[in-house]
Design a protein around this ligand. Structure first.
Ligand code: RAM
Length: 366
């Protein structure tokens, strides 16, 4: 990890630690039973912005922007990083891509602390846990750092905004729909996920479960369970093997992780299950191309991870520049991506997912 110190850029909306302590004391004095949570709410994206937005302001140049993915060495996050780096270069800033090799929250804490000590202006974070990072994020935000989550969120009180790849339930709906289509609407389906605490995968799995439980279109589908490959190639490969051996009647695997689906495809493509057990989920076209061409996979989905990184960087830079505060209804222009509006709870949505199959996979390169 780089130890270079970033240039410190103060921002008008940030209170100093002393002022923050005073404000907290005043809140306590004035409200008797006020909790830490309700004090945090004052800085939460969506409710009460800490300062007025100035939509006419320009993006500041020279911002230090860092991306902290769930784990490094994942082509999905490398693509997001390319997007964030391009925006940083455009804004004449300093860019760093840094993070752990394992997708765990405890590993991410020290990276957050280091970036915070470096007074990094903007941290773009894909979180491995919704709550476990909050105290280090609070500390970073009490200093000079804008925290924008992208891809996988934390509790809304612990960040300035969240850049979501897709709107609400759409990912989960697309996943169960693809699986159902590929097995003729009936059969046993299992899930090969990333880590057990991942906010994004857990939200998608919840939608899949709810659909199976309540949607008459999926009345003949049985969800047999979830296994976790921890976004590690080898573990995902082994979990796929174990899943198939333990469930001889399995009809499909949904893997809502680019690492998981690629490892599962590799296992299935050279096993007796090829052509018998369907595999779908979220993957990058470059990792999945050979498995679509060899008939292991019919269709899967994803969004553009590079554009996700770009939008995250613009969102963080817009907050650091005072163009927006992260409150609902504010708008900003994210370069060539166009204009975006902050939604409820400080969420900005990139757009709908794309489905990839033999007809279109060669049109994509990420
Ligand atoms: C993996 C990560 C990431 C997720 C994608 C689909 O790369 O788990 O968080 O969004 O898959």
């Amino acid at each position: 990890m780089s130890v270079s110190r970033f240039r410190h850029r103060g921002r008008a909306r940030r209170v100093t630690p002393v002022a923050a302590g005073l404000a907290f004391a005043l809140v306590l004095a004035g409200c008797g039973g006020t909790t830490q949570d309700s004090a945090n709410d004052a800085d939460e994206g969506g409710d009460e912005p800490a300062a007025e937005a100035n939509p006419d302001a320009d993006y500041e140049t020279g911002l230090s922007i860092a991306m902290l993915p769930k784990s490094v060495n994942n082509p999905y996050f490398e693509a997001s990083s390319e997007g964030a780096e391009a925006v940083t270069t455009e804004l004449e800033g300093e860019y760093e891509y840094t993070g752990p090799s394992d997708a765990s929250a405890s590993s991410q804490v020290s990276y957050i602390n280091t970036l915070s000590q470096q007074a990094t202006d903007v941290v773009l974070l894909s979180a491995n846990d919704p709550n476990a990072l909050c105290s280090s994020l609070d500390q970073a935000r009490t200093g000079e750092t804008v925290v924008v989550t992208f891809d996988s969120d934390v509790d809304a009180a612990c960040r300035d905004a969240f850049v979501s790849q897709v709107d609400g339930d759409e990912v989960g709906l697309a996943l169960i729909e693809m699986a159902a289509e590929q097995i003729g609407g009936s059969g046993q389906v299992a899930i090969l996920s990333a880590t057990a605490n991942a906010t994004n995968q857990n939200a998608w799995i919840e939608v899949i479960q709810e659909q199976v439980d309540t949607n008459p279109d999926y009345a003949d589908i049985e969800l047999t369970g979830v296994v976790y490959g921890d976004d590690e190639d080898e573990k995902s490969f082994q979990e796929t093997q174990g899943l198939l051996q333990a469930n001889p009647d399995l009809d499909a695997i949904i893997s809502p992780t680019t690492v998981g689906i690629a490892a599962a495809a590799r296992y299935i493509s050279s096993s007796q299950y090829k052509g018998k057990v369907a595999l779908t989920g979220l993957g990058t076209p470059n990792q999945m191309r050979e498995f679509v061409k060899d008939g292991t996979v019919t269709e899967f989905a994803l969004w553009d991870p590079t554009a996700l990184g770009e939008l995250a960087a613009y969102t963080g830079a817009a907050i650091a520049s005072g163009i927006i505060t992260g409150a609902e209804g504010e708008t900003f222009t994210a370069g060539d991506l166009g204009e975006y509006t902050i939604g409820a709870d400080g969420v900005v949505v990139l757009g709908p997912p794309t489905r990839f199959n033999a007809d279109n996979i060669d049109d994509f390169d990420f």
